[in-house]
Design a protein around this ligand. Structure first.
Ligand code: GAL
Ligand code: ZN
Length: 663
């Protein structure tokens, strides 16, 4: 496509006379694309059926005259007041049974037929209007689907739809009763029509019902997106369709949603006011990019890359000189083909007055503008070459939405979070300059030397077989505590001791366990003492050998981490949550044992990542600190971009290349 840098632009927030200046400044900055209109329903249809696309066409044409293309957003995350007046029932109902009202955004129920009719009318008109516009290249459906009222909607329409979904899944209500274990607490149903949405109860909830509810909500969102995707596909066959994801967010299964899209896009705000201070750590950002790339196993777009200080009522930290560029190129290093900065200019009104852009409120180009301009001028050419290239990691971490849902419903330990565990297992690889893919548990794993599968809590016979075959064929696998605990319906396994059939693979049994409530545990590993957290599986060996033993609890002296040879491969079982030091030491050992290669060596704050295409490999080295840093690469590369080989100025990004010999 040849499009690599852009901005999110809201011309409707500014006087018409300003647009020309914006377009000129954008062109000079190296902007090739804008995303527009994703919240502008009222501007485009102020009254039912009265379409006003002229202003948008004018903006598209004006930008187009400066060589800037447009991605259009459908504004369905912000239905205007007249729609709410006509159909107040589209406003969602929360878990307390309260209605969530107009005045913010995402005030829509995604199953409501009246709302779908409004969408059909509007998206049909909009897509027909822009289908042949020479400057429009694609569409973003809605905005950050799932980023709404936390509980999703529990209205009568959603309830009826949930019942239909259950009927399709189970066929008979007896099967639902079985799958949900409704014998407990007299929860049996006589018919699907008795099943409700999970409104707040007097006390407690059914974990199996909750898992179905979360999966239903995800399916509903995918269906909601498809409603629009079908219309746009029909009217705009030349245009791409994408959607802006939010990294590991979980309301909608992003793998499923990806099947509707030509490619995935992502939004990232490392220094948002809600993030860890002073900002979200780079290894987490790297993991976000890696999972986003994995949703479709394709390069992606950054549709919103943080360009300025972020905040609504309160604000996060200002970006240091060079920091925005380093983060933008981190996105590219992990697979972004285009980076669109949010937003062009800080907005003067509404909720997001303090969500700063490339330009400040005054609209005058300043420090951030100059930085963005230098960035595009340095990297646009390289990104033409990089387009379509992909990292080729030797390591994969298994990621699954259902596991996340099940552990949200019952975290087991009050502070256990699925995504946090993924981050914890990811970090040593990031620190070791070893690229990682995320994979689904149904994917072919044979291309990876090492697979880490944390918290395989819900288990099926197919998944057991999958892991056993992978290891038997020579794979290296890490499994952890809380594996094989439940079946696919979220009901406890009873046939064997934990971790079920995988006990044969691991050469262990877990007859008992301990939850480290408000305390930590200890293990001895390789002659050293280490802290562990949250959980201790009490393990008996059945072929495996222990590589770490507990030093705390009545089970002190028993195995905490085990290693087992199986077929041509090896498997480790980690029965506790390693603290940071133990995680680093253990990973180092596993990396060595599985023969995984690092890209180089460097101090903290320096990131390395590769992408490759055909015979060519690009290697990015990124300094995420405000200090000079040095590094060494393993292997021979040629410097494409950078001041001084092996030395990084503060926040500098260097790019190397290498050609692989044809086999
Ligand atoms: C994103 C959203 C944007 C904007 C931005 C700043 O989540 O997609 O529309 O709201 O955050 O709040
Ligand atoms: Zn609803």
């Amino acid at each position: 496509m040849g499009i690599h840098f852009g901005v999110d632009y809201y011309p409707e927030h500014w006087p018409r006379e300003r647009w020309e200046t914006d377009a000129k400044l954008m062109r000079e900055m190296g902007v090739q694309v804008v995303r527009m209109a994703e919240f502008s329903w009222f501007k485009m249809e102020p009254r039912k059926g009265e379409f006003c696309f002229e202003w948008l066409e004018e903006a598209v044409a004006l930008l187009g005259a400066h060589g800037i293309r447009t991605v259009l957003g459908t504004p369905t995350a912000a239905p205007p007041a007249w729609i709410i007046e006509e159909n107040p029932e589209i406003q969602p109902i929360d878990r307390q049974g309260r209605r969530r009202h107009f005045g913010g955004r995402h005030h829509d129920c995604q199953s409501n037929e009246a709302y779908r009719a409004h969408i059909k009318r509007f998206v049909t008109a909009m897509s027909q209007r822009f289908a042949d516009n020479p400057h429009v290249i694609g569409w973003q459906i809605d905005n950050e689907l799932g980023n709404s009222h936390g509980d999703l909607c529990m209205c009568d329409s959603c309830r009826a739809r949930f019942q239909r979904w259950l009927e399709q899944k189970y066929g008979t209500v007896e099967r639902l009763n079985d799958a949900w274990g409704t014998a407990f607490w007299s929860q049996g149903y006589n018919s699907f029509s008795q099943v409700g949405t999970p409104l707040i109860t007097a006390v407690g909830e059914n974990p199996s019902a909750m898992l179905d509810w979360k999966c239903f909500c995800s399916d509903l969102i995918v269906d909601f997106a498809k409603w629009q995707a079908d219309i746009i596909r029909e009217n705009c066959p030349r245009h791409f369709i994408t959607h802006n994801y939010m990294c590991f967010d979980d309301k909608v299964n992003y793998y499923d949603l990806g099947t509707l899209l030509d490619f995935v896009s992502n939004d990232i705000y490392p220094a948002g006011h809600w993030q860890k201070q002073p900002h979200q750590p780079e290894y987490e950002l790297a993991a976000c990019h890696d999972v986003v790339r994995s949703y479709k196993k394709q390069p992606f777009w950054m549709m919103e890359q943080q360009a300025g200080m972020a905040g609504w009522e309160v604000m996060g930290r200002a970006l240091e000189p060079g920091q925005m560029s380093a983060w933008a190129m981190q996105s590219v290093a992990h697979g972004a083909d285009a980076v669109v900065f949010f937003r062009w200019r800080s907005c003067a009104m509404g909720t997001e007055q303090y969500w700063h852009g490339i330009l400040g409120h005054s609209g005058r180009p300043g420090r951030i503008y100059e930085e963005a301009k230098a960035l595009t001028h340095r990297f646009t050419g390289h990104m033409d070459a990089l387009e379509g290239s992909m990292p080729c990691p030797e390591v994969a971490i298994v990621h699954n939405f259902r596991q996340n849902y099940a552990l949200q419903i019952q975290p087991n330990h009050p502070r256990l979070r699925y995504v946090e565990q993924l981050y914890k297992y990811y970090k040593p690889f990031y620190d070791g300059r070893i690229p990682v893919d995320f994979v689904q548990d149904t994917d072919d794993l044979s291309g990876y030397r090492l697979v880490i599968a944390p918290l395989q809590y819900l288990m099926t016979p197919e998944l057991e077989r999958h892991y056993m075959e992978y290891v038997a064929d020579g794979g290296h696998l890490v499994l952890t505590m809380r594996t094989g605990v439940k079946d696919a319906d979220n009901i406890c396994m009873t046939e064997r001791a934990l971790p079920g059939k995988l006990g044969e693979l691991c050469g262990i049994e877990v007859p008992e366990y301990d939850c480290l409530l408000e305390t930590v545990g200890g293990v001895q590993y390789d002659g050293g003492d280490y802290e562990t957290e949250k959980w201790c599986d009490i393990i008996s060996l059945d072929g495996a050998h222990a590589i770490a033993e507990y030093t705390t609890g009545f089970y002190r002296g028993t195995p905490a981490i085990t290693e087992n040879a199986y077929g041509k491969g090896a498997v480790w079982y980690v029965g506790t949550e390693p603290g940071t030091e133990l995680m680093a030491a253990l990973s180092e050992y596993i990396i060595k044992k599985s023969g995984v290669q690092a890209l180089g060596t460097a101090p903290d704050g320096v990131e390395m990542m590769t992408r490759q295409k055909d015979q060519k490999i690009w290697l990015f080295v990124i300094n995420h600190t405000g200090k000079e840093r040095t590094y060494r690469l393993n292997g021979t590369y040629t410097l494409l971009e950078g001041e001084k080989e092996g030395v990084l100025a503060p926040y500098e990004v260097q790019l190397w290349e290498r050609f692989e010999k044809a086999e």
